[in-house]
Design a protein around this ligand. Sequence first.
Ligand code: ATP
Length: 841
Amino acid sequence: MEGGEEVHAAKLGEAGTSSCHNISVTVRFRPLSERESECGEREIWSVVADQTVGVVAGLGLRARYGSDYVFEGSATNAEVYNTTAREIVNATLDGVNGTIFAYGVTSSGKTHTMTGTPDDQGVVGRAVADVFAAAERTRDRDFLLRLSMMEIHNEVVNDLLDDTRTNLRMREDPTRGGRGFYAEGLTEVTLVGAEHALSCIAAGDAQRKTSATALNKASSRSHTILRLSIESSARAADVAPGGAPPVARTLSALHLIDLAGSESARAVVTRSHTKEGSYINRSLLALGSVIAKLSDGHAAHVPFRNSKLTRVLASSLTGSGARIAVVCTVTPGSSQAEETHNTLKFAMRAKKVAVRAERNEVLDQHSLIARYQREVAALRAHLYLERAGGAASGVHDPMHPEVRNLRERLEEERIAVRRTISVGSAEASPCDDELVALRERVACMAEELNAAREAAASTQQGPAALKAPAESEDTEIQQQIWAAERDFLNSQLQSTNERHAQAADIIALLRSQLLQAGLEPATRGGGAVAAAAPGLMRSASGGSVDFAALSADAALLAEDLMASETCPGEGAGGDREQPSAEDNAAAKAGQEELRALRGEHAALRDLHAALRTEHEALVEERGRLLAHSMELERAVQAALADARSECASAQQYREEAAEARAADAESGAQRAELARLEASCSQLQGFELGTLDHAELMALIELQTQAVERTRISVQLRRLATATPGVRTAGGGAEAEDAAAAEAAAQTGQPGDAKADAPAQAPGTPGSLVLAEATSPPVGGPGSEATALSPREAARLERVSALRRSWRQLQPDAPGPVRMPAQGLDAYALNVEDAQPVQWP
Ligand SMILES: Nc1ncnc2c1ncn2[C@@H]1O[C@H](COP(=O)(O)OP(=O)(O)OP(=O)(O)O)[C@@H](O)[C@H]1O
């Protein structure tokens, strides 16, 4: 069902049945991990009622969440699958799309639920087995199953079935019902059996990006989307014979999605985790807002385009829809309480989303399955005819699934080999050119050698031919001819000797040049080379050999060789019938020289071949070393990046530790103070009276008496304070207002002014009552006459002064103004606050 294929499809009006379902929501707990148990974590979330989870201890998250199904940590994958997914998987065989995904924070058990373990397969393995088993059982229909797998990693879509296809584009297909996004160029493998499907899925899983984080040894760093396309139609044999009738086929897709887990900074180990974590959290946020909009039911716009994940899910949530199940995985531990709370909130929202799910049935003459069916029918007929003709043995059905599969694999391998060859030949083309040039040169030299040989052979035959001159020829003329020939041959011999000498010099020069160039005797793979030309092998200046110069030398040598071979032997002149001994010796020496030259030539040729081999080995070696060094470079860069991010994390941890230590010290001091207060309190409240001796008891009674006295005075003062001029109060409510009024009066000289003996900067602590010194009667405004106090006011003032004196007696050491706690005057706690700790002997 890749983009555009359904262009030819036509909906069967009434044939497609539609129903509306809410997303099925399952909450699955995982057991506490070993690490969590070792750290002393407690299980604070649990099942609190039928299909309801809630907090069972501490942390103040007094929450309860209902869901369709709840599984505790002991539940198996089989139980989870049978309850939550099986029905949806079965519906896909009937043409209804299905989507099952796992959602939760990192390390909560999503991959455990979707992929499972070898002993307890997850949703994916079980769904694939069920689909194939059902297809097998349904004898009256042909099924075509195709698989694709992709991951969304850092908002980049990668093909998990073909690692060369990365960064695929998401395209919108307007021909699909509702919103249909698909990844362009995503591989779809036609499946031939459950085993085949599982092996493809295992290969795809191996391509997923995972890495160890602080919370999970194998944390998924990407969202994985597996899509199983299911196409079926009435079996070929049941299709009306003749022509190509329209085929009614059902199409559906099962999406199995293992989301990456949202994660906090706690999970981060490296800098790349931070980046991945932010992409993961962003896309999950986008999913959350899509679900929130859909759960609202009236949202005008649903932001599917905000992330690739929501685009992929768009077709399931709209259009012809899908039956959807979400398994929310959570950990019961106290350390992830907040995250669990958020996951459960997502679950609640998802539960409200209603999705229409429609049976997809189309009429189509062009579908793949229709073509296969026609081909199968034709092949069956062919097979029948063959069998009838007695030639049925050894016939293989080319449409047999296994044959088809093998063909597909063969084709894939062929493509891969072609790709490798084209890459290899592009890399090898410079070497090839060199090789071709060398081959041509060697061929030229071989030709030249042959020509030289022929010439030498004809030269050897020369004297014999010269031995039989025609009897009839004039002897004198003959002698002149021979003399001329002798002169010619002598001159030739001389020039040959010179050339030999030149050739010897050139060879010596060539050797010395090669030696100077640093061409050492081969130490590896060059035994033959060393034998052919000791001292020649590799250039120290970068490993390249000057083939052009070498070839020029070789050509020169070959020329000399040819020239020497085409010359008649030394001493061939003179009397041909009876060559002199001198001539014979010279000829012999010439032939030896010739042999030596030939040997030299052959050695040179071997040298060429050996050098070529060596050169190829060097090119290969260099390529390998280059790749290795690039790999090392990459590893070093990655290690550097990791080290830097670890440094940053360590610094952060150090700062956090320092803060924690400071907070610890502070809280220690507070705890000590609290303990002291609690001790005083319990003593004062009589909890420990039984442990006191007589003197202690008396001291305590004294203290209590003083406290009661202070309370009494405080209460009286409070009553008086509001009505008596000259008394300034401070604290909360009306007292604060009074104090502010008194302050304002002091500044403006209004009546009520009083000279407080309290320091100006501390008019009163909140919640305390301050008795100011009333040294003079209040006066009126500026320029006004002093106002005499009324007898009632004077009496009050007198009482205040008396009270103040009593207070002073009780608190002789208290500095500054008389302050008494005003909070809770009616509570016994006042005494606790006010009392000094009793120093027991
Ligand atoms: N229900 C379970 N029973 C037993 N072990 C579980 C269960 N769920 C999870 N685990 C274990 O907890 C660990 C983390 O689980 P898993 O890798 O599935 O988490 P995740 O949610 O996929 O994490 P991430 O988002 O980081 O990929 C694994 O070792 C897994 O075996």
